[in-house]
Design a protein around this ligand. Sequence first.
Ligand SMILES: Cc1cn([C@H]2C[C@H](O)[C@@H](COP(=O)(O)OP(=O)(O)OP(=O)(O)O)O2)c(=O)[nH]c1=O
Length: 200
Amino acid sequence: MLILASASPRRHELLTQAGLRFTAEAANLNEDLLPNEAAAAYVQRLAEEKAQAVWNAHRSSDSADDPLVVLGADTCVVVEGNILGKPVDSADARRMLEMLSGRTHAVLTGIAAISAKRTVRDLDITQVTFNVITDVEISRYIVSGEPLDKAGAYAIQGYAARWIPRIEGCYFNVVGLPIARTIAALAHAEAESGPVVEKV
Ligand SMILES: Cc1cn([C@H]2C[C@H](O)[C@@H](COP(=O)(O)OP(=O)(O)OP(=O)(O)O)O2)c(=O)[nH]c1=O
């Protein structure tokens, strides 16, 4: 049995697209950065905390016949040394989009897959280049509502695609789950506890 420890509709869609059968349950955690915490450590810590919270709630349903694996993930944006999570309001979204305009930034997604046998951790990084965007475009974009629940205040899979001429790395990692690495992590987590990954 696979549980996705996430409320993100994007992660739900990506796992479904990859042909996995799973249920989803949100792990509502404090997502504050720790003092002096680096971006890679931050997304990996949160991915594991999300997976661990859901594992703890469901560990009793782990069995030899139907082994439990829980997947957690967390995504952030790093631009010029600044770590950007989801904007808290419109002004915060504007601040983030102004930083991204005309620059290349990194999108980091940490993943953690927990089974009774082991915890598998991984991280993927994609470089994303933004064209210069005007104040008017930023204002219109914020009014659209698309930035508000996205790390870095944009969605590459949405309207923001028009400002992104180039990426280097995994596209799905930017949307919230590096699919190929996720499948590998799940396969590794389940290796000694039976099949949970449903192949199409
Ligand atoms: C950069 C970028 C992020 N995102 C999204 C993916 C994630 O849902 C979100 C980053 O926030 P996260 O805190 O990683 O995830 P979440 O709060 O949405 O969901 P949960 O913690 O329950 O798993 O930003 C996009 O959809 N498109 C993009 O281009």
